[in-house]
Design a protein. Structure first.
Length: 750
């Protein structure tokens, strides 16, 4: 049987095209790896091309391994002569031969991430820099961005201007580069930069490498950046034929340097190239593809194609609108429970979201439901550094006359935050504090109170100010709700300012989500104390990991899901401003919106059998406005999606629990909640939203600025502003100023 027999016409056309440059536009799930590997096998087996004249470049070790395995299965040992590698591995091979022209030995050292951190630690000690103010990851990213943009340390320092934080990072950058030179070592960026340097500036060596390969293949070409593309062009000689494979509709890494225009304009750099479009999908049902096709068609900067499949399927895309933030993750958990009860394995289910902070409510719902899960390529919400820092500050605000006076649990909290943000408290000072605590048989926080009276200098003054700040916040425990208490301590401590100075957007989002978690907690129990909340958190953080061999649901960002597939996929929190991401769109305009849409397209096409989309209504703590369903949902024609949940809740034509039950969603959610022992809480929430026994929303009078109102959780207040149904209300000091939907059933005119 011929290796071409199992290919569809478009795939066969791509394999047989071997006399010109070739651009393969490979839609999601269209079998691009099969095409590339079959093409390589065909060149060797039928066209008699020497294996060592063929180069295939991928961008992950996993993809390179898969490609090698497939070629070996078709060709056997002869495939050993083919060079299939990541672009970084290819650069290593080139540099091992020719780096001598740059004055480096061929046995140069390659640094990994731990080596990079070791050098940064040296620099931090040299310049007395606090890692909590300048995280290793942030500074390594800063150095990488500058290097790949051909900005050296001196230029970076000049660009820093009067910004002290930028000057400090530029100083570390200079130290880092000096140490690499002394060690004759290269980091991963250098592998590309040194290769680029050699190929660009040495004609003889450039010709040597151009002569070596007759056929070059580049996979995932939509993710190539300008530096990588230059290297590829440099090794293509006059007689070399280049085949690139990618999908501009899946370009989602422009923030890492990828340029969608590279694949779009390929024919300008390689005239007379042929383009083959692979649009038969072997992964998803037609119902899923109908929605994905309709969505991506709204982008203008793309090569037109429409995916189709022979797998018709029966299930439409299901879109669920929750009444609030509480019910959306509960619905997702209930559907996962139902799928599993119907024989679906957990490993075949994934929940995807736009930003990491969105995992918080999902994780709690999964834990409440006793569903196994893993954060793929990330860290659990309550294990993230900034969340641990925030909770440590809160632990220092807890006092108890009945507790162990030593309160040793405070020691870890003090160690974690006493120098975050930086206060000039080093290891020597901590040792002195520990000695004082031991001598006085107390904890580190009490030792901090004693330290200024026993020591002098900057550290003593800083520790005194730290204690004063904590005591001031402690005095507010009975007068502020716990979310406002956290906001106060993080502002007074300078922690939030530190994150803002470092432009740690994701960490700030996580802190805001923690505050939102607290707000939801006190809405459920307005009299709850800080101790109550911390005990609740312990239930979610004191969970042992399941057996690593056990099955689990995958929770991940959409970026992390690229290249993966699952039978059942949930795309979570599809609200305007969240997805598409408001900050990205505001900064990047139309181009950013198109990338957001491509990101949604990637998310949708991860699903093989069933796609679920969800969003929640109500006020968004993150966006500071009322949430609405994302355009990425409404851009899918109604005939391709099934609407469930409170679709029209924001328009006040909500028909209550009976509507949900008629749609077949409320029953499963209710049964799920009942099995978890939380049906009473859900009933209270339904009643709080004005749902009478007949399921009809209660009527309420229109509210205006200046009206006195009563909230079921926050008590009496005065509306100080109202716009687009979003009321800004001043409650008593404990709850402060809150923003609530004026039409929300929890709110009534006094």
């Amino acid at each position: 049987m011929s290796i071409l027999d199992e290919l569809n016409p478009q795939q066969k056309e791509a394999v047989l095209c071997n006399d010109t440059h070739l651009r393969i536009i490979a839609g999601a799930g269209s079998g691009k790896t099969r095409v590339v590997t079959t093409r390589i096998a065909y060149l060797i087996d039928t066209c008699y091309v020497w294996p060592n004249q063929i180069l295939a470049i991928t961008f992950t070790n996993k993809a390179a391994k898969e490609m090698k395995e497939r070629v070996f299965s078709m060709l056997g040992d002869i495939a050993r002569g083919i060079q299939i590698s990541t672009i970084h591995s290819f650069c290593v091979r080139l540099l091992r031969e020719d780096i001598y022209v740059l004055g480096y030995p061929r046995n140069f050292t390659i640094l990994d991430s731990d080596d990079q951190k070791s050098i940064l630690k040296e620099a931090y000690r040299e310049y007395d820099i606090d890692v909590k103010s300048y995280s290793y990851a942030n500074v390594i990213s800063y150095i990488s961005h500058n290097k790949t943009q051909f900005i050296d340390a001196e230029t970076a320092m000049n660009m820093a201007g009067s910004w002290q934080s930028e000057k400090i990072k530029a100083q570390v950058y200079e130290y880092y580069e000096k140490r690499l030179k002394e060690m004759m070592a290269l980091d991963f960026d250098d592998l590309l930069l040194f290769t680029h340097n050699i190929l660009k500036n040495n004609e003889d060596l450039r010709r040597k490498w151009q002569f070596r390969f007759s056929y070059i293949h580049v996979d995932e070409f939509q993710d190539v950046d300008n530096l990588q593309y230059d290297i590829i062009k440099y090794i293509c000689g006059e007689d070399t034929l280049l085949c690139v494979v990618g999908d501009p509709d899946q370009t989602i890494y422009t923030w890492r340097g990828a340029q969608v225009d590279i694949i779009m304009n390929f024919e300008k750099d390689f005239p007379n190239c042929r383009t083959v479009i692979l649009n038969e999908n072997y992964r998803s049902t037609q119902a899923i593809l109908n929605g994905a096709n309709a969505l991506i068609a709204h982008n203008e900067n793309r090569i037109e194609k429409e995916l189709f499949t022979r797998n018709e399927g029966e299930q439409k895309i299901i879109h669920f609108s929750a009444m609030d933030d509480y019910n959306e993750p509960v619905w997702v958990a209930s559907k996962i429970r139902m799928l599993h009860q119907n024989g679906i394995e957990f490993k075949d289910i994934a929940v995807l979201y736009r930003s990491n902070y969105l995992s918080r409510s999902l994780e709690k719902a999964m834990l409440d439901a006793n569903l196994p899960y893993r954060i793929y390529g990330g860290i659990r919400f309550y294990d993230r550094a900034e969340i641990k820092d925030a909770l440590s500050y809160l632990r220092l605000l807890i006092t108890s006359d009945d507790a162990d006076p030593k309160e040793k649990f405070k020691d870890l909290a003090v160690k974690r935050v006493i120098n975050s943000p930086r206060r000039g408290v080093g290891n020597k000072t901590l040792e002195q504090l520990e000695l004082i605590a031991k001598e006085n048989d107390t904890n580190l926080y009490e030792a901090c109170k004693l330290y200024p009276s026993q020591q002098k200098g900057k550290a003593a003054a800083s520790i005194g100010a730290f204690v004063t700040m904590i005591e001031e916040c402690r005095s507010l425990r009975d007068t502020l709700s716990i979310d406002l208490l956290l906001k106060t301590v993080l502002e007074k401590s300078g922690y939030m300012q530190m994150l803002e100075n470092e432009k740690e957007i994701e960490r700030i989002e996580n802190i805001k989500e923690l505050m939102h978690d607290m707000e939801l907690f006190i809405q459920g129990d307005p009299e709850a104390s800080l101790d109550d909340y911390m005990q609740m958190i312990t239930l979610y953080t004191d969970k042992d990991d399941d057996d690593p061999s056990a099955q689990f649901v995958s929770l991940m960002t959409i970026h992390a899901a690229k290249g993966l597939e699952f039978d059942y996929v949930f795309v979570y929190s599809l609200c305007d401003g969240i997805f598409p991401n408001e900050r990205s769109v505001n900064e990047g305009g139309k181009a950013a919106m198109e990338e957001e849409r491509r990101l949604a397209y990637v998310a949708f096409t991860r699903a093989k059998k069933q796609l679920f989309l969800s969003d929640a209504r109500g006020y968004s703590y993150m966006l500071d406005r009322i949430k609405t369903t994302s355009n990425f949902v409404t851009e899918i024609p109604e005939e391709y999606r099934e609407e469930v949940g409170l679709r029209n809740y924001a328009n006040s034509d909500y028909q209550g629990a009976q509507q949900i039950k008629r749609q077949g969603v409320g029953i499963s959610a209710q049964d799920f909640l009942k099995s978890q022992g939380t049906i009473a809480n859900t009933q209270k929430k339904l009643e709080a939203r004005g749902i009478a026994s007949g399921g009809v929303r209660q009527k309420r009078s229109k509210l205006h600025k200046g009206d006195r109102v009563v909230h079921t959780a926050f008590g009496e207040g005065v509306i100080i502003n109202i716009r687009d149904d979003l009321a800004t209300i001043a409650f008593e000091q404990k709850f402060g100023i809150r923003k609530i939907m004026a039409s929300h059933p929890s709110l009534s005119k006094k």
